[in-house]
Write a protein that binds this ligand. Structure first.
Ligand SMILES: Nc1ncnc2c1ncn2[C@@H]1O[C@H](COP(=O)(O)OP(=O)(O)OP(=O)(O)O)[C@@H](O)[C@H]1O
Ligand code: SF4
Ligand SMILES: [Mg+2]
Length: 365
């Protein structure tokens, strides 16, 4: 059965926290219109964690900024609907969205140094939104700030209130950002690459902290990353973006066990395995992401896909439901299909014979 885009990735879950239907966000540029988000639909339930993954330029940040109403100047939502707790927010505009930020939705970014004010003490930076949004006086806002620092596991919380950002480590600064984001008790927290600037041990601690806080507060978490490995253990569902489109979405366990889209498969192959020798280089996906001013007319992954056939180049595959509930994908010849298996065998034989495989996935970075 073929469903249209907006039907396929949304489901009737009763009362979703977030519901996107066919959202299109464009940028006007001298080169033409950049279709940064091109018809994305999905729903997210309250308290759940969604990972949005995809390569650089796939539209992850612009999608989350579209939901938050925080688009850069030349960007605008051209069509579609974004509902938050049943209320249409896609057309609210920045001024009205100010009431939503902090209290209902909050966002943390990759580099806390660019978001924290270097000249303002930590305590004041956390207290500010409490005073503005919750009307607290200075004393109770600072007391709440101290409790929030304890919540995000910052030692010596009281002393930190009077420190400046540069006096803290990168991991501590990211914890402060999380404290600020949590201050007004948001229903949804957007975290855009929150750990890429941190070393691996601190990354794991921050992801654990986000998960703990999400569960404690029954908050939804939207975790944006280019790394499927980061979301594997910390999300309920994963949405895979490619070329501005949602190309696969499924409950996390289903996606890892039964991915359908060759692009998702390629992303997974690019994760280094624990058993790999330390000198093993990261696998990269061969070829370049599509130009979003002139995207391919058929499947956007066709120029890079080892399983591409004529139909893929001419017709855009619709988002189709898979067998498992909540699993949708966009591919004519999905992983495991007879056509996929035929090409896989042929490519493997060609590679074993030393021939050039038509399009390669998994070249060394
Ligand atoms: N201010 C802008 N003006 C024009 N195009 C933009 C602008 N910001 C983003 N884009 C384009 O929108 C597309 C999606 O960008 P986006 O930042 O969402 O990618 P991303 O998936 O978050 O990538 P990354 O992993 O590098 O952060 C890209 O093609 C990008 O070039
Ligand atoms: S539709 Fe075709 S080109 Fe696109 S991912 Fe599927 S097999 Fe590859
Ligand atoms: Mg981004």
């Amino acid at each position: 059965m073929s469903l249209n885009v907006s039907q396929a990735a949304t489901r009737d879950s009763g009362d979703p926290l977030l519901e996107l239907r066919d959202v299109k966000t464009h940028f006007r540029t001298p080169r033409g219109i950049v279709r940064a988000v091109d018809g994305v639909s999905f729903t997210l339930d309250r308290g759940k964690a969604l990972g949005i993954v995809g390569e650089s330029g796939s539209g992850k940040t612009i999608l989350s900024r579209s939901i938050m109403g925080l688009l850069p100047p030349k960007g605008a939502i051209r069509s579609g609907s974004i509902k938050f707790e049943g209320r249409e927010i896609g057309n609210l505009g920045r001024k009205k969205m100010r009431d939503v930020w902090g209290k209902e939705m909050a966002m943390i970014f990759q580099d806390p140094m660019t978001s924290l004010n270097p000249l303002m003490k930590i305590g004041k930076q956390i207290a500010e939104p409490l005073k503005i949004h919750l009307g607290m006086d200075n004393t109770s806002a600072l007391a709440t700030a101290e409790r929030l620092l304890q919540d995000v596991r910052i030692p010596e919380a009281h002393r930190r209130l009077s420190q400046y950002p540069h006096e803290l480590s990168g991991g501590m600064r990211q914890r402060v950002m999380i404290a600020i984001a949590l201050a007004c008790g948001p229903t949804a927290l957007f975290a855009d690459e929150p750990t890429t600037a941190l070393d691996v041990t601190v990354q794991a601690q921050i992801l654990d902290l986000l998960e703990e806080q999400r569960k404690d507060r029954n908050m939804s978490l939207i975790l944006v990353t280019h790394d499927l490995g980061v979301v594997a253990g910390h999300t309920d569902e994963i949405a895979v973006m490619y070329g501005g489109q949602l190309v696969e979405m499924a409950p996390t366990r289903v996606l890892f066990a039964n991915m359908k889209m060759p692009y998702t498969e390629a992303l997974l192959q690019s994760i280094p395995k624990i058993e790999d020798p330390s000198h093993t280089r990261l696998m990269a996906i061969g070829g370049r992401p599509p130009d979003l001013v002139n995207p391919p007319r058929g499947c956007r992954f066709a120029p890079r896909c080892p399983y591409v056939r004529e139909k893929c180049e001419n017709e855009m595959p619709p988002l189709e439901p898979a067998e498992s509930p909540g699993h949708v994908y966009r591919c004519w010849y999905p992983v495991g299909s007879p056509e996929y298996l035929e090409f896989k065998e042929r490519n493997e034989q060609a590679a074993a014979a030393g021939a050039d495989v038509p399009v390669a996935i998994g070249g060394a970075a």
